[in-house]
Ligand binder design. Structure first.
Ligand SMILES: Cc1cc2nc3c(=O)[nH]c(=O)nc-3n(C[C@H](O)[C@H](O)[C@H](O)COP(=O)(O)O)c2cc1C
Length: 202
């Protein structure tokens, strides 16, 4: 489904960004292929909900009940579902976001490892000259992290760090999350407004 969006949530801190993006995309009836790494589930349990399911089959219902995700618009391939359309340039969506993106996944994508469906889907989007947005989170950044990000930027990916601005005067964590998710939606060309824009506040 080429007008769909692939959203991968990996095991970096900031799981809320990925969940909010999934919620917004699905609530606007945008078809999403949602890929979760094993580490993402661990982080989701640590940061969002200790009951977040490790069992793949339980994922859709849990997300619908606890995160207001409209699962009618979301497909959840497993990490090794090589028959998913995201694995092939002949059918994969042309837009993909990895949010949040761990340094492990970032390194794997930078070096074309394609060892699981997230890495392969990102590799496909790069080779097809689509839009690949990575939302990395780490602090501080090592030379290896920075080199991998440069490699990806040179390959055409967008590096959009999980670093929300404070200049729009966020009042809550939800506001901060939306500040970042808004920038991702803007990069995707999706006309949804979650957060105020510069010039509109004073
Ligand atoms: C609570 C928690 C927070 C983590 N935060 C980060 C992080 O901010 N950035 C990062 O690169 N890795 C972070 N990690 C480590 C990654 O989860 C780990 O490297 C994992 O292998 C990444 O796998 P994945 O890329 O398949 O999701 C964190 C792990 C846990 C459990």
């Amino acid at each position: 489904m080429q007008n769909a969006i692939t959203l991968a949530i990996t095991g970096a801190s900031g799981a809320q960004y990925g969940l909010r993006l999934l919620q917004v995309l699905s609530q606007h009836s945008l078809p999403v292929y949602c890929l979760l790494s094993d580490a993402a589930r661990v982080v989701l349990r640590a940061e969002v909900n200790p009951d977040f399911p490790l069992d793949h089959a339980a994922l859709p219902e849990f997300l619908q009940q606890h995160s207001d995700v409209d699962i009618r618009h979301v497909i959840f391939p497993t990490q090794h579902d090589w028959f998913s359309c995201v694995a092939s340039g002949s059918a994969a969506p042309r837009q993909m976001v990895i949010c949040p993106c761990s340094m492990g996944t970032l390194a794997a994508v930078a070096h074309g490892l394609s060892d699981n469906l997230i890495e392969r889907a990102a590799d496909v989007v790069l080779k097809e000259r689509g839009t690949l947005i990575l939302v990395p989170r780490e602090a501080p950044l090592s030379q290896i992290h920075l080199q991998n990000m440069l490699t990806l930027a040179q390959a055409g990916a967008v590096i959009l760090p999980a670093a929300p601005g404070f200049y729009l005067q966020p009042q809550s964590i939800d506001d901060l999350v939306d500040t970042l998710v808004q920038r991702i939606l803007d990069q995707l060309g999706i006309a949804v407004t979650l957060a105020a824009r510069w010039g509109a506040v004073r």
